[in-house]
Design a protein around this ligand. Structure first.
Ligand SMILES: Nc1nc2c(c(=O)[nH]1)N[C@H]1C(S)=C(S)[C@@H](COP(=O)(O)O)O[C@H]1N2
Ligand SMILES: [Mo]
Length: 506
């Protein structure tokens, strides 16, 4: 079994090294992981990707490695009694790895080579170990079976190969990541400046007296949700945006063609449909880019089209209502976040940002294709998994202070949080302590209907013991945030956020 695992480590290491000259798309390990993600049934996949985020991806990678080790152990233990079953398992695994690579978008036949190299190295290692240390009685009689310390030697050589394999894997993936990284391409890019900048953000958007999230989220703190196991690496020179489908003229834009369009700055709060009540899958950015409506107008949209299906370079898709892209809101092909090029993990070199819609139906990162189509003809990635085809953001509010279980001394204290109803805007926030009356919170100055509002609530803590704070928002249409608790599937959670805290007495 140990021999099988060592052979698998050598196979993976060899495949990882062989992938370096070919590029990230030839990385069989990532391709297998991504294929597993795509084949994983709901709701496990939702939980892995949307809720656990990067932790879920790590969990998945480790699970895949454990599964590989288990299969390799079985292959190893079968090779002696049932030769060549163990070797055949390695060949089969290599074929599956190659198939996974070739099934991803943007791969060429040559990209299957590392998986084949890995399988060959795995078989050779397994054969070597079995012949040398665990030969069958019927095997080559020349092999000395009873040499002194044979068991110890077998263990040492096997562990040595395991280490070499694992080290090649780690080095290979690090070197591969480094050589394929577009970090240099990104830092050489200067974000274009709009002719008319967005209105400045007044200091009054942030209420005093309470530590709240920044109104504009620093890029490094911006929440991240996507299905990408390895962040796609796409150079500006290699980027193209194809607009096709129900259009009068099909157009392919190169990155430099974008300079023909107006540059726009838009402050927009992005939210994930998987954000639970009180959750933090929400952030606000200053996005710089081009109006999607301007890009689409050049192609001419047929009147019976009602959806734009956007596709990323790694095959993710989102279906956005044509209306949301053309009704005058700041729906952008964004190339900048907070004045810098998009971070690689947030879609460099270009992504979509559509105010008022959850990310899974609008915010395609690393976007390369816009197909103008219809909701009754096309289905996007998460919609195929049972999420709603249309998903406007629901009015929500969150308590940031106090944290659950926080101790609050008797006396004056200021609570606070955020509220959002993108594209409608937040008009009011009300707060209730225990079962008392709803009282208005103080609101930070509004910026636009596309952004969240920060709120604060000064309070006099008097009665020691456990208390509960509840918050609810009202949007600019006058609709009050519903108390009805529903989960995130299929179109976003609702319900009031509550936090229990303790007043400590004197
Ligand atoms: N290419 C790609 N784009 C994607 C996704 C994805 O999985 N792949 N996830 C979407 C979802 S579900 C959300 S909530 C937003 C999150 O954007 P962010 O990671 O920049 O915050 O990206 C959207 N764009
Ligand atoms: Mo999302």
């Amino acid at each position: 079994m140990l021999g099988g695992i060592a052979a698998a480590a050598v196979a993976l290491g060899a495949a990882q090294l062989a992938a370096i000259p070919l590029g990230a798309q030839a990385d069989a390990r990532t391709a297998v992981g991504s294929t597993v993600i795509d084949l994983t049934p709901n709701p496990i996949r939702d939980w892995l990707l949307q809720t656990l985020g990067s932790g879920g991806k790590l969990f998945l990678s480790v699970t895949v490695l454990i599964a590989i080790a288990a299969v390799a152990a079985i292959a190893g233990s079968l090779e002696t009694p049932r030769r060549p079953v163990g070797s055949l398992i390695f060949v089969l695994a290599g074929a599956l790895g190659a198939a996974a690579v070739l099934s991803r978008s943007g791969t060429a036949p040559l990209d299957a080579l590392p998986a084949a190299v890995g399988a060959v190295c795995g078989v050779l290692t397994l054969r070597f170990l079995v012949r040398r240390f665990w030969p069958d009685a019927s095997d080559d009689p020349g092999v000395v079976r009873d040499e002194p310390n044979a068991g110890r030697r077998a263990t040492l050589v096997t562990l040595g190969l395991l280490t070499v394999g694992a080290a090649s894997g780690v080095v290979g993936s690090m070197v591969g990541r480094w050589t394929s990284s577009v970090a240099g391409d990104r830092s050489a890019f200067t974000v274009p400046r709009p002719a008319t900048p967005a209105p400045p953000i007044p200091a009054a958007v942030t209420p005093d007296g309470v530590a709240l999230p920044r109104f504009v989220t620093p890029a490094t703190d911006f929440f991240r949700v996507d299905t990408a196991l390895a962040v796609p690496q796409l150079r500006r020179d290699d980027w193209q945006l194809r607009i096709h489908g129900m259009v009068d003229r099909e157009i392919v834009y190169e990155f430099d063609d974008l300079t023909a369009f107006d540059v726009v700055d838009a402050v927009v709060t992005l939210t994930c449909v998987s954000n639970p009540v009180g959750g933090d899958l929400i952030s606000t950015g200053v996005w710089t880019g081009y109006r999607i409506a301007d890009l689409l107008a050049r192609s001419g949209i047929r009147p019976d089209a009602d959806m734009v299906l956007s596709t990323s370079v790694d095959g993710f898709t989102a279906g956005t209502p044509v209306e949301a892209l053309t009704d005058g809101r700041d729906a952008l092909l964004a190339v900048g976040l907070n004045g810098e090029p998009l971070p690689l993990e947030h879609g460099y070199p270009a992504r979509l940002v559509v105010p008022g819609l959850y990310g899974y139906v609008s915010a395609t990162k690393w976007v390369v294709d816009l197909e103008v189509t219809r909701f009754d003809r096309a289905q996007a990635y998460w919609t195929r998994q049972g999420w709603a085809p249309r998903a406007p953001i629901k009015t929500q509010s969150r308590i940031d202070v106090p944290r659950p279980g926080q101790q609050v001394p008797v006396g004056p204290v200021t609570f606070g949080g955020v509220a959002w109803a993108q594209n409608r805007g937040v008009r009011a926030v009300k707060v209730r302590i225990d079962h008392g009356p709803w009282r208005p919170a103080e609101l930070g100055a509004p910026y636009s209907n596309e952004t969240w509002r920060l709120w604060s609530f000064p309070w006099q803590a008097e009665r020691p013991g456990t208390h509960t704070i509840t918050v609810r928002a009202t949007d600019n249409t006058g609709a009050v945030q519903t108390a009805q608790r529903v989960g995130t599937v299929p179109d976003g959670a609702t319900g009031w956020h509550t936090v229990d805290f303790t007043v400590t007495g004197d």
